[in-house]
Design a protein around this ligand. Structure first.
Ligand code: AMP
Length: 485
C-alpha cells in the first residue's frame, strides 16, 4: 500500500537521523567493549556522536558524547562500564540538531525502573506525538524521536516492556530500528515496513543485535538472521524470544541502504550490499554504455559499481582517484562551504592514469552535485580528455523523510535542473543514471523497497497529523522462543 506521489513542492520540514544501533545481552562478557567494537564497525552510519549504556542487572550506566567512537571512549571509560547487557548508538543528523543533548542512547526512569533506548530512523508523526504527550504532562529535554518513544513506553508501562513497545508501535508512524534496554534485558524492534535494517547475531550462547551484519564479524559472532519487519526480539537470560506484529503493510526496505549507506560487506535481508552495487554497475553499463579508455570509481562509494560497469563492457578499471583515509569528522559537516573543501581534501586524481584518457567516472549517487562537479573539474585539470559520468542510481528528486540525509528538495540538483542542465553544471561530457527498473533488476526482487527519494512513491504517509492510538493495527500474541526456555 503506497501513499502515492507526494507533492514535492511542499516545504520539507525534516530532521533526519541516519544512525547505527547495537545491542548485546551477554553476562560474563565485557559487553561495553563488545559494543564499542560493534559501534566502530557501524561508524559509517553516523559520525557526530556515540554512546553506550550498560546494565549490571540493577542499574543502567551511560556514557555518550559528541565525536567518533574512538574519540568518545577511552580505556578508563570502558572499564567503568561493566555489566551483563549493553546498547549503543552512533548518530549523524542534519543541521540544527547537532547537540550533545541529542546524543543517544537515552536513559530514563519509568514506572518499572530504568530504561535505555537508541533509535535509527525518523518518526513522521513526532510533532503530533510530542504535542499530545506534552499536553498530558510529559517534559522533553531533547529534540530526538527516542524521547517520544520513551514517554510512550512510560505511558504504557504497566505490563511488560514488550507489551508497552507493542502499544507504542500502534502510535509510532515512520521508520525505526530500535534497541531498548531495561535492567535485565535488551530488546530490538524493527518497524512494520522494515525500512531500516536490523539483524541478530550469536556469540557463543549469547545474542546481539546490530544495524548491519558487518558489526558481527569482527566480534567473532555469527549471523543468525534479520529482524523481521514488525518484530520485537528480546535478549535475556533465557536466550532470544520473538514477538511478531501482523500488519497490513507491505515491506519497504530503504533501497538507498544498498545504493550508498550500508557497508558493502553487510548483508541486509538476504542481499549482499557489495554484490548488489556491482550488479547496479552492470545494469548501468547495459543501459548506458560508452566508449572509454578507463573506468574510474569515486572511492569508496563507486568502487563496486565501477567494477560491474567495467566488467560488463570489458573496459579497464583503475583507481584514478585517491582517497585520503585520514580525514576525520571535521570534514563530514553539513554546511555547503565545508562540503566543497571536503571533496578536494578527500579525493585527488592520479595524473598519470587519467591524463589524455576518455574516462567513465562512476559514483553511486548525485545529491547536490557538489562531489561530482569538483571531481570532474579536478580530472579535467589533470588532463582527462573526456569525463562521462555514470551514476548507479536514479536521480535523487525527493527528500527522505525516513532517516537518510538526502537534503531538502531545494538542494537536490536533479529536482531543480533538467538532465542536461545537471550535466552542464557538473561539467561532464555525458551524464547517465541507472533507471528504477535497472535498480530493481540489480537487487533481483520486484517489490519490497522504498524508492521514494527517486520516484516520490512514499510508502508511509508523510504529511498527515496522526493522532495517538488512531491507527488500527492487528496485534497478535504469537510469541516464539527460539532458544532457552
Ligand atoms: P553530492 O556531492 O551532494 O552530490 O553528494 C553525492 C556524493 O555524496 C556521492 O559521492 C555519494 O556517495 C555521497 N552521498 C550520497 N548520499 C549521501 C548522504 N546521505 N550523506 C553523505 N553522503 C552521501
Amino acid at each position: 500500500m503506497l501513499y502515492g506521489h507526494v507533492d514535492w513542492d511542499e516545504p520539507a520540514d525534516k530532521m533526519e537521523e541516519a544512525c547505527g544501533v547495537f545491542g548485546i545481552f551477554a553476562p560474563g562478557r565485557d559487553v561495553a567493549r563488545l559494543s564499542y567494537y560493534g559501534l566502530y564497525s557501524l561508524q559509517h552510519r553516523g559520525q557526530e556522536s556515540a554512546g553506550i549504556a550498560v546494565t549490571d542487572g540493577r542499574e543502567i550506566k551511560l556514557h555518550k558524547e559528541m565525536g567518533l567512537v574512538s574519540e568518545v571512549f577511552s580505556e578508563d571509560i570502558l572499564q567503568g562500564l561493566k555489566g551483563i547487557g549493553a546498547i549503543g548508538h552512533v548518530r549523524y543528523s542534519t543541521t540544527g540538531a547537532s547537540l550533545a543533548v541529542n546524543a543517544q542512547p537515552l536513559v530514563c526512569q519509568y514506572l518499572q525502573g530504568s530504561l535505555a533506548i537508541a533509535h535509527n530512523g525518523n518518526l513522521i508523526n513526532a510533532d503530533e506525538l510530542r504535542e499530545k504527550l506534552a499536553a498530558n504532562g510529559s517534559v522533553f529535554q531533547s529534540t530526538i524521536d527516542s524521547e517520544i518513544i520513551v514517554n510512550l513506553i512510560a505511558r504504557y508501562g504497566q505490563g511488560t516492556i514488550e507489551d508497552a513497545l507493542m502499544k507504542c508501535m500502534i502510535d509510532l508512524k515512520g521508520t525505526y530500528s530500535l534497541v531498548v534496554m531495561t535492567e535485565d534485558k535488551v530488546i530490538g524492534v524493527r518497524d512494520p515496513y522494515g525500512n531500516r535494517p536490523l539483524c541478530i547475531g550469536k556469540l557463543g550462547e549469547d545474542y546481539l543485535i546490530a544495524s548491519e551484519s558487518c558489526a558481527l564479524d569482527p566480534l567473532g559472532a555469527e549471523f543468525v538472521r534479520d529482524v523481521n519487519p514488525g518484530e520485537i526480539v528480546t535478549l535475556d537470560k533465557n536466550g532470544l524470544c520473538s514477538k511478531q506484529f501482523v500488519l497490513p503493510v507491505e515491506k519497504a526496505v530503504c533501497i538507498f541502504e544498498y545504493v550508498y549507506f550500508a557497508r558493502p560487506d553487510s548483508n541486509i535481508d538476504g542481499i549482499n550490499v557489495m554484490q548488489v552495487r556491482r550488479a547496479m554497475g552492470r545494469e548501468l553499463a547495459k543501459e548506458h554504455p560508452v566508449e572509454a579508455d578507463l573506468v574510474v570509481p569515486v572511492p569508496d562509494s563507486g568502487i563496486a559499481g565501477a567494477l560491474g560497469y567495467a566488467e560488463q563492457l570489458g573496459l579497464v578499471f583503475d583507481m584514478g582517484l585517491m582517497k585520503n583515509r585520514y580525514i576525520g569528522r571535521t570534514f563530514i559537516k553539513p554546511e555547503q562551504s565545508e562540503r566543497d573543501l571536503a571533496v578536494r581534501m578527500k579525493l585527488n586524481p592520479v595524473t598519470n592514469l587519467v591524463k589524455d584518457k576518455r574516462l567513465v567516472l562512476l559514483d553511486d549517487s548525485v545529491v547536490r552535485g557538489t562531489t561530482s562537479k569538483k571531481i570532474v573539474e579536478m580530472l579535467k585539470y589533470k588532463g582527462a580528455k573526456e569525463v562521462h559520468l555514470r551514476i548507479t542510481s536514479p536521480p535523487v528528486k525527493g527528500p527522505c523523510y525516513y532517516g537518510i540525509d538526502t537534503s531538502e528538495r531545494s538542494q537536490l540538483i536533479a529536482a531543480q535542473k533538467t538532465l542536461d542542465e545537471v550535466r552542464e553544471y557538473i561539467g561532464a561530457d555525458s551524464l547517465k543514471y541507472l533507471s528504477i527498473e535497472g535498480l530493481y533488476r540489480a537487487v533481483d526482487r520486484k517489490t519490497g523497497f522504498c524508492t521514494a527519494c527517486f520516484d516520490g512513491q512514499y510508502p508511509i504517509e508523510v504529511s498527515a497529523r496522526a493522532g495517538l492510538g488512531k491507527h488500527v493495527l492487528e496485534i497478535p500474541r504469537n510469541v516464539r522462543r527460539e532458544s532457552g526456555t
